[in-house]
Design a protein around this ligand. Structure first.
Ligand SMILES: [Zn+2]
Length: 433
């Protein structure tokens, strides 16, 4: 036999053994059990149901109608004890079973509820799995909000790229806040900010927090720098172990080595967190769907960026790079480079509110376009496919709303039969996007 071939075979054998060892350690060391905690009624009138876990779990939750119920599937989790709780209106019964390596919790309901996607809260000795529901007689199916994780790149001691007058960490936070504003006041969306002020958040904590908070999508916002000031324009990335282009490889390499904190963090995951790297081989199907969906989301955002008259594109197609922050195995994740702050044109655009607003708008419209073709069952967005409902906030002006949603003032006036362009806080308007 050819010695090179022999070596390859040996390597494959070793890899196979390593694989088994990996699965073995995952199933033995990382045992994760779930138990029932308690039910309480909050001031808001919502019912809060709490379960306990040993570590952060991979969760798939969904609602079903006729009969009305919410199902929470917890992967690689076993029942610490039988779960069976009595009724606590509108709950009929909470029950649980083990299906293969999955613990399935079912909450049988007396009618349709507004529900919040379950989220996980880390405590010193445990992880709380929390679900909130509220009986709503006005709705005929169970409904929830879509959760969008907004990740403003860098922050705190990590400034990111440094421009002449601006720092990347400030630009990313301002764009993130603009996106948050649009999502927050649009019915059916709930933004969560991975950081909402100038603080340092490690790369692992960013995607870990998105998982804990039950994010449906993850968007990471950046604004890059390069040694050549002529390099400019925006690009959109999805995760790949092998970077697809030399630019992406250079950028991701650059990103991983810029700050020593980022480097030292690698491989030091809290044992109670969810290990995305090991899960990638175990949940191949979920991971492949995530990559496909990430590409669709990236394409939708890219389409919107191309329509934006302010922004020029650096790369016309979706790029692939091993940006660690995007590596969640089941949450579609994209990274938007809104421009190069080392380029005078891009820096000027990103220093101004108008330029930043256009980036936020493209991301918002791209997210919305994504859910048009990938609707999430039992969400407000899936029940309102023709338009969105926006609640007017104090200080809103109609011209600004038009820009943020990519429509005209006249369209908003016509859709809502507005007289004299008059709007008031609390008013709900419909916008076709
Ligand atoms: Zn960056």
């Amino acid at each position: 036999m050819n010695p090179a071939l022999k070596l390859i075979m040996k390597m494959n054998k070793l890899r196979f053994l390593l694989g088994i060892l990996c699965i073995f350690t995952l199933t033995t060391e990382a045992a994760n059990r779930v138990s029932f905690g308690n039910i309480s009624e909050l001031e808001s009138g919502n019912l809060k149901i709490v379960f306990s876990l040993d570590k952060v779990a991979l969760i798939n939750s969904y609602a079903l109608d006729d009969p009305s119920r919410i199902v929470i599937d917890l992967k690689d989790v076993t029942l610490a004890e039988p779960i069976k709780s009595g009724s606590f209106s509108p709950i009929k019964l909470i029950r649980a079973s083990e299906v293969g390596n999955t613990a399935r919790i079912v909450i049988d309901l007396k009618g349709s509820v507004y529900w919040k996607k379950p989220w996980q809260v880390k405590h010193k000795d445990r992880i709380d799995l929390v679900l909130e529901i509220k009986r709503d007689k006005k709705i005929s199916t169970n409904l929830r909000d879509i959760i969008i994780a907004i990740d403003a790149g860098h922050g705190g001691r990590d400034p990111g790229s440094v421009g002449k007058n601006i720092l990347e960490k400030d630009v990313t936070l301002l764009i993130a806040r603009e996106l948050e504003r649009s999502l927050k006041n649009t019915y059916g969306y709930k933004p969560i900010m991975i950081r909402s002020d100038d603080r340092y958040v490690g790369l692992d904590d960013r995607y870990q927090n998105a998982r804990k908070l039950g994010a449906d999508l993850f968007v990471s916002i950046h604004a890059d720098g390069f040694r050549l000031s002529s390099v400019k324009g925006a690009s959109v990335y999805v995760w790949s172990e092998e970077a697809s282009s030399i630019t992406a490889a250079t950028l991701s390499k650059y990103k991983l080595t810029t700050s020593p904190e980022v480097k030292s963090k690698i491989g030091k995951l809290d044992i109670r967190d969810f290990d995305e790297d090991s899960a990638r081989t175990l949940y191949q199907i979920a991971y492949e769907a995530k990559i496909d969906n990430s590409v669709i989301l990236a394409e939708k955002i890219l389409e919107q960026l191309k329509k934006d008259p302010y922004t020029k594109m650096h790369k016309p197609n979706v790029e692939f790079a091993d940006f660690r922050v995007l590596k969640s195995i089941d949450i579609p994740s994209v990274l938007i480079e809104s421009g190069f702050i080392t380029n005078p044109d891009d820096a000027k655009r990103l220093e101004g509110k108008a330029g930043r607003r256009m980036i936020a708008r493209s991301i918002f419209l791209g997210i919305h376009d994504y859910f048009k073709i990938k609707p999430k069952p039992n969400t407000f967005m899936a029940s309102l496919p023709q338009y969105v409902e926006y609640e007017i906030q104090k200080g809103d002006v109609i011209s600004e709303i038009a820009i943020r949603f990519g429509v005209t003032i006249d369209e908003i006036i016509n859709w809502n039969n507005l007289k004299n362009k008059s709007i008031y806080p609390g008013q709900v308007i419909q916008i076709s996007i």
